[in-house]
Design a binder for this molecule. Structure first.
Ligand code: C5P
Length: 297
């Protein structure tokens, strides 16, 4: 492997999400099925003179020290006492931010994996999972990938057998965002426990497309979809319109991105056009089985 390489940092969707209740640590107890999809950021690792790491991002607004890539690099660098070889991390951002797609968490996971490799630290998968958990609830998922049942605050993971292949249409009104903390903070306790993921898990276990279709035809696949933030209004209305047109949109994570799972490519193109005609941004991508996606450059 050459010294310079890049990693794909894929987005996720939540096939179902149940908030069970509030915990004593301020987080919420979850049960959610997370699915890796093909839409990805790219994190480039390239050698530079001197010691330690530096960072830049294609989106200047995300280039500051608050970026989870920087936090991951700092956390990893603090693990070792000897001087670390110079490396520059360049993040090419393609996943919409604050959209419920886990982009920042995925970038952090890619930084942990890439720097562990670049600096030849030899940290175990368990150690990386432990560090990932400190960076954010979704980070451990991105160290595993594929189709995963996540519990706890999102860090207790069980890999499921891969979902049958689907085209995925993501729909988002430009400018709409949702702060995860604000969405959880606005959730009414009366919504806890609803929906139960039992039918989704059964359909996934049986790899039953009919069962999955019935799951997504339900009104509610995600407890957090009951929260309506002003900053996400357009996307929430868009989902309602898509539903009235016969589509089955589901909210990913804390939103506001909604997704459609579609079997046939021709139908995916029709759905893409329908979303665009409603003035929204539409992304055509697909479900992924999970892989490291490391490439030499
Ligand atoms: O873990 P992460 O930093 O991604 O979470 C962002 C915020 O989302 C937390 O500060 C918390 O307010 C909320 N959250 C929660 N329960 C979870 C995950 C996130 O309340 N299981």
């Amino acid at each position: 492997m050459s010294k310079n390489f890049f990693l794909q940092a894929p987005a996720k969707i939540n096939l179902g999400l149940c908030v069970k209740g509030r915990r004593h640590d301020g987080y919420h107890e979850l049960e959610t099925v997370m699915q890796q999809i093909s839409l990805s950021d790219v994190l480039l690792f390239s050698s530079r003179p001197g010691r330690g790491w530096s960072f830049s991002c294609s989106d200047k607004l995300l280039a500051g020290p608050d970026n989870l890539v920087c936090k991951a690099a700092k956390l990893l660098a603090d693990e070792v006492s000897h001087p670390l070889e110079g490396v520059h991390l360049t993040l090419f951002k393609r996943i919409p931010v604050q959209a419920g797609l886990g982009g920042g968490s995925s970038d952090a996971a890619a930084a942990l994996v890439g720097l562990n490799h670049y600096w030849q630290l030899g940290l175990s998968r368990e150690r990386l999972l432990f560090l990932g958990e400190q960076l954010g609830s979704d980070v451990p998922f991105f160290l595993v990938g594929g189709t995963v049942l996540a519990r706890g605050r999102g860090e207790v993971l069980r890999s499921l057998s891969a979902i049958p292949f689907y085209w995925v249409i993501l729909a988002l009104v430009p400018g709409d965002i949702a702060s995860t903390a604000e969405v959880y903070g606005s959730l009414s306790p009366g919504e806890y426990g609803n929906p139960s993921l039992e039918t989704l898990l059964r359909a996934l276990e049986a790899k039953c497309r009919g069962g999955l279709k019935r799951w997504f035809a339900r009104e509610k696949t995600n407890t957090l979809a009951t929260v309506r933030l002003a900053e996400a209004k357009g996307s929430l209305e868009l989902a309602q319109t898509l539903r009235s047109q016969g589509f089955s949109p589901a909210q990913s994570g804390s939103g506001p991105t909604h997704f459609l799972l579609i079997e046939q490519y021709g139908d995916a193109l029709t759905a893409l056009k329908a979303v665009e005609e409603l003035g929204a941004r539409a992304y055509l991508c697909w479900t992924m089985k999970g892989s490291e996606g490391m490439e030499d450059v």
